[in-house]
Design a protein around this ligand. Structure first.
Ligand code: GRF
Length: 210
């Protein structure tokens, strides 16, 4: 049984997609052992509670400096003994101490097709604003492993989403979530739970046929 910790900051629709996929059997052999939010008011924590999953808040506001927050985040993760950490709309730069302790075991969902529209400043609605400003006709979402550089680690899954005339960042964000994020994030967890994912020495992921 793959023990999964999920880190969130906001509404938690990606978390909900994971919970639903576990309940429906789309993800087997995995369970969420803890949800960690940096924001005590995140609706994601309410979703966790409703699903009977332990939810905790580890907020930078509750610590005197960043180092203490980073240590508390690592301690909260360690306590949950996860095999996999899923960043599902987690708006915090993951500290190096967490990355080195869980290398190859942290995945993130990014609402664009990496390497487009990613890196510093590309978060939340900004990602979709920039895609519309650039006039691309296709965008999407990416699940990737997390390394020290922002939105940079090995790519696991991607799904494309078409852009339509008259899209606003809000409309596009919703379509990318519905048609890509909520599908590929549970799928990524399922593949990892089945032991079908490897990362080679060049940082390329490989998925074994089932
Ligand atoms: C998603 O668009 C995710 O890709 C992004 O933040 C959003 C989180 O939404 N980085 P939710 O909290 O899962 O509803």
């Amino acid at each position: 049984m793959l023990r999964v910790a999920v880190c969130v900051s906001g509404g938690g629709t990606n978390l909900q997609a994971i919970i639903d996929a576990m309940n429906s059997g789309k993800i087997q052999n995995a369970r969420i052992v803890r949800v960690i939010s940096n924001n005590k008011n995140a609706y994601a924590l309410t979703r966790a509670q409703a699903a009977g999953i332990e939810g905790v808040c580890v907020s930078p506001r509750d610590f005197a400096d960043r180092t203490l927050f980073n240590e508390a985040l690592l301690a909260s993760l360690n306590e949950a003994e996860p095999d996999l950490i899923v960043l599902a709309g987690f708006m915090v730069a993951v500290p190096e101490c967490v990355i080195s302790a869980y290398r190859g075991r942290i995945i993130n969902i990014h609402p664009a097709l990496i390497p487009s529209f990613c890196g510093k400043g590309y978060y939340g609605l900004h990602v979709h604003e920039k895609a519309l400003q650039r006039g691309v006709k296709v965008t999407g979402a990416t699940v990737h492993f997390v390394d020290e550089d922002l939105d940079h680690g090995p790519i696991l899954l991607q799904k494309a989403v078409g852009i339509k005339e008259n899209d606003t960042p809000e409309i596009l964000q919703k379509r990318v979530m519905e048609q890509a994020e909520w599908i590929i994030l549970p799928e990524a967890i399922s593949l990892i739970a089945q032991g079908r994912v490897t990362i080679d020495n060049n940082g390329i992921t490989h998925i074994k046929e089932s």
